[in-house]
Design a protein around this ligand. Sequence first.
Ligand SMILES: Cc1cc2nc3c(=O)[nH]c(=O)nc-3n(C[C@H](O)[C@H](O)[C@H](O)COP(=O)(O)O)c2cc1C
Length: 324
Amino acid sequence: MVTLAPMEGVVDVYMRDILTRIGGFDLCVSEFVRVSQHLYPASVFHTLCPELKQGGKTAAGVPVHVQIMGGEAHVMAENAAFATELGAPGIDINFGCPAKTVNRHDAGATLLQWPERLHEIVSAVRRAVPDDIPVSAKMRLGFAEKNLAMENALAIAEAGAGKLTIHARTKMEGYRPPAHWEHLRPIAEQLNIPVVANGEIWTPEDYVLCREASGCDDVMIGRGVIARPSLGREIAHRRSIRAPMSGTAFNWSQILGILAEYHDLIEGMANPQRQAGRLKQWIKLLARSYEEAGVLFTCIRRLEDPQDILAEVVATKGRVLDAA
Ligand SMILES: Cc1cc2nc3c(=O)[nH]c(=O)nc-3n(C[C@H](O)[C@H](O)[C@H](O)COP(=O)(O)O)c2cc1C
């Protein structure tokens, strides 16, 4: 199974739509709903996971599990139960967020210092959610050290989670490469639930190496597919379970077409400045796999009108096609 990673401010309803239509993903997880003291109204869940209004799936039919994050077991449970009433096909609990403000307020990766608290939160959520709705969790290898990784993972599994995704770094390691895939192997061997490997999968080759090192069949991919939108499909091709999916990466002209399509999708966002921000963000992230995206980014970085960015994308595509 390949899951599209939750990424706050990046993988929203539009990005999930476009990437799951490109293909290769079995599951998505929403951006986190930050649960603190209250039961949120439906509007909060609908804002972060608009797919709840269409059966909890993207247009391509891929389920979107709702992610919640917080440190108060009973409020987490209450919000999780409500999310399922709204149609969430699954609940994921975030124990990996490294943000200082989040950690200071007793949520995300800071909880990895207390396995018993992970247990308490996961069991409360599991009890509150109907039996047929999966509950999963996502953690890092630890807060400062990795010494509690196994204990945390066991606490989550024993509390009734059906699956555990592990971002193979500590909170202190942030996003610094490498991801320590090999640390997942003993955990995957010990747990009686699937462990999903996450971190630093940028190419189909990384996918193979990650599976070999971690011993995990399942992976979750975030930045890699933003930088290389065909990555899910290329992996599906390797897994040869979804014939006929192409095993080749998109060329630059195809990427420009995808960007134009994305522009049209995000016209659904009310604020043009945010639209421009999202387009710039994606173009910048694409530069990791496409040198040409770096050049395009230099041209558009000061533009504030999404229409101007689109015009530049279309003009670039024209030049690429002329040159071909
Ligand atoms: C901008 C950004 C936002 C993220 N937001 C979330 C989030 O809302 N929930 C979560 O569990 N992880 C979040 N993550 C972590 C990713 O899901 C993933 O664990 C991490 O990026 C490592 O995987 P990758 O190397 O495939 O990107 C975020 C990461 C980034 C870079």
